[in-house]
Design a protein around this ligand. Structure first.
Ligand code: ADP
Length: 335
């Protein structure tokens, strides 16, 4: 799926790597977060200590991994990459933490999916750079304290609400990443096009940015499909606006950048549930998707563009959503 906000495979990851900005100055948008991170890194540099732990929260593809890499780069520290699903036992985390070198930056993606037992170990590690390792079982079990090298934890999550408070409280700073504005996405596309050797006019950049769902990862991916399209159909590296439109239509990205799943959710909400309110799990079952995906990937964007509301009784469609789906709003007659 060309608009999936998640990276697809090794090849995609490698291309993504090539398109990653390497410094805070090159990182487009997120002005507030950039300023906050800069201060944190500068203070750590002056005091010659590892930076405070950082939590990066927001939908997939907005730059969390990229920022973690920049934190390591700018503080001239090595970076270790891991993820919540890879840490299924406290022992996995103990092995990881005890192998860190002084000042290392540890990135844990999807940190909300770490095992509970590991979470508890992490509290102590973050606070005191120390863990207790349990040895033996039952009455003979003892815990052996182990000192760790000081490190900076950078956690990323699409679901900051799912993190237990004690864990959230141990981060010195939480950055909430926002969807990007069209002009910011244009800059992402411009930069990536020059890395990929694609020549794009302004109209083409605007069109790609407008249809990227506020997400740099999607902007980069659409750009690569546009490049493919121009290569195959006009044998060049200079896509025309018609190439852009044809490529994006081919991959089912609609005029405002919604993908098939976004549209399926809207369609179910408007037609099947007559605008709601409907519960998340019912909605997810109807479109054949995991509730987690609907909640952390689809809904934030639909809410952001004013197509969906979340109420205590469930999800509701706005008049704008009706208009996009092409169904008359029930209150229409009153206007
Ligand atoms: P996340 O970890 O939040 O899912 P990533 O950091 O992996 O997102 O970013 C996905 C892709 O989007 C990367 O290729 C990265 O280069 C690009 N990207 C993300 N944010 C920016 C940005 N602010 N400026 C330029 N490129 C960005």
């Amino acid at each position: 799926d060309v608009t999936a906000p998640e990276p697809l495979d090794e090849v995609e990851l490698a291309v993504e790597g090539a398109l990653r900005p390497g410094t805070l100055a090159e990182f487009v948008g997120q002005h507030k977060v950039r300023g906050q991170l800069q201060l944190l890194l500068d203070a750590a540099r002056i005091q010659q200590r590892p930076a405070d732990h950082i939590l990066l929260a927001g939908p997939p593809g907005l730059g969390k991994t990229t920022l973690a890499m920049i934190v390591a780069q700018e503080s001239e520290r090595p970076l270790r990459l891991s993820s919540g699903p890879a840490i299924q036992h406290a022992g996995d985390l103990a092995a990881l933490l005890s192998s860190l070198t002084p000042g290392e930056v540890l990135f844990i993606d999807e940190i909300h999916r770490m095992a509970r037992s590991a979470e508890e170990m992490l509290y102590l590690a973050m606070e005191d750079f120390r863990i207790d390792i349990m040895v033996g079982k039952g009455a003979g079990a003892t815990s052996i304290p182990l000192d760790l090298a000081p490190f900076t934890l950078v956690g990323a999550t699409t679901r900051s609400g799912m993190l237990p408070n004690p864990l959230r409280d141990r981060f010195g700073f939480t950055a909430h990443l926002e969807y990007y504005e069209p002009d910011e996405l244009e800059r992402v596309v411009e930069r990536s096009a020059s890395v990929l050797g694609v020549r794009l006019g302004e109209a083409q950049r605007v069109e790609i940015a407008r249809r990227s769902r506020g997400t740099p990862r999607i902007a980069n991916r659409l750009l690569r499909r546009v490049r493919d399209y121009a290569l195959v159909h006009s044998g060049g590296t200079q896509p025309a606006l018609a190439d852009v439109q044809a490529a994006l239509d081919l991959y089912d990205v609609d005029a405002i950048g919604l993908d098939r799943l976004d549209r399926a959710v809207l369609d179910a909400l408007v037609r099947r549930f007559r605008g709601g309110p409907v519960g998340l799990s019912t909605l997810a079952v109807t479109v054949g998707e995991e509730p987690d995906t609907v909640e952390s990937v689809v809904e934030p964007y639909l809410v952001r563009i004013g197509f969906m509301g979340r109420t205590p009784r469930g999800r509701i469609a706005t008049p704008e959503a009706y208009a996009h789906v092409g169904v008359a709003h029930p209150d229409g007659a009153l206007n």
